[in-house]
Design a protein around this ligand. Structure first.
Ligand SMILES: [Zn+2]
Length: 318
């Protein structure tokens, strides 16, 4: 297993070197998917339908308690009630492959979806109140931690945090972005590229403005948010390369991180992802990323009702 990762890593760095030479690297240009260039009424309808589908698949419960790949999905060891009605699943720490040198820290990643006062679906845990998000930022800044983008995952000299937002909902612009600017914090949005300009999601203009601010980076959450373990190599290529190309065309930056939809993944999916991405983010709920494979980075799930103190406590910083 370890040898295979090393080979995958070498392929990856070769691919990354080619990528940084320019966004339109031919190897990564999709051959059959062009989600945004030719929109028809029919396609629009499909996108709207997929909107509700995504909310279903991003629910905490299906991702963690109804795994489609039982042999690779990690089950929570404990579910904890959060003050205010939220719930978080506690997972065992991923296996350590190496230890961190003294005086260095592995970043922790936080997983958000929506920042909105009033939930518009029954999945209320996904809707973190704007006041709560602001409290999280205040608490994080009080620790003096460094804010990193998803593609900056690496050991640091002090504590560091990676804020991630899944799916690319509209409130990430209307509610989250103003708070981010107020504090000068950095965040990464994992965008479902087929949903760009769909109702409830970010528009092209919003994405450009946020990317141009330097505070937000856009990385991949695939084209259509499928269960990746059910796809062939060709299907995975369309999802990985298609979404990367779309984001690159829009922002001028080739994404080097991906978030696996619904958290479903296996060795084959990870191996294919390594052909296009340097970092992969999962739904495994853990603050401890030390020694993890950079293509299977765990994150702390943030639920509605969590206070700033609760965030620090969950990170082990309280
Ligand atoms: Zn998602």
């Amino acid at each position: 297993m370890k040898k295979r990762w090393r080979i995958a890593g070498e392929t990856l760095f070769l691919a990354a070197a080619l990528l940084f030479a320019g966004c339109a690297q031919p190897m990564l240009r999709p051959t059959s998917t062009a989600p945004a260039t030719e929109e028809t009424t029919e396609q629009r309808t499909e996108e709207v339908q997929s909107t509700s589908a995504v909310l279903e698949t991003t629910a905490p419960s299906p991702e963690t308690t109804a795994p489609q790949t039982p042999e690779t999905t990690v089950l929570p060891v404990e579910t904890v009630e959060v003050e205010g009605g939220g719930q978080i699943d506690i997972f065992a720490k991923p296996p350590l492959e190496e230890t961190i040198p003294a005086g260095q820290y592995a970043p922790s990643a936080l997983m958000y979806h929506l920042i909105l006062e009033e939930p518009y679906t029954s999945l209320t845990n996904l809707f973190v109140r704007p006041s709560e998000f602001e409290e999280h930022l205040q608490a994080l800044f009080s620790t003096g931690c460094e804010f990193l983008f998803a593609d900056e995952y690496a050991n640091t000299k002090g504590r560091s945090i990676i804020l991630t937002f899944d799916d690319g909902y509209e409130d990430n612009y209307t509610e989250m972005f103003p708070i981010l600017k107020k504090y000068g914090a950095k965040a990464t949005i994992f965008m479902i590229t087929a949903n760009i300009d769909a109702p409830g999601y970010l528009t092209e203009d919003m994405i450009r403005e946020m990317a141009d601010s330097g505070l937000v980076q856009f990385d991949s959450h695939t084209v259509t948010h499928p269960s990746l373990t059910s796809l062939s190599a060709e299907g995975l290529r369309e999802q990985f390369a298609g979404s990367a190309q779309r984001l690159c065309d829009l922002t001028g930056r080739y994404p080097t991180a991906i978030c696996y939809p619904g958290g479903t993944l296996n060795d084959f999916v990870i191996e294919e992802a390594a052909r296009y991405y340097k970092f992969g983010y999962t739904t495994v709920n853990s603050p401890d990323t030390s020694g993890c494979n950079p293509l299977t980075i765990p994150r702390v799930r943030v639920s509605r009702g969590m206070s700033g103190a609760a965030i620090l406590s969950r990170l082990g910083w309280g």
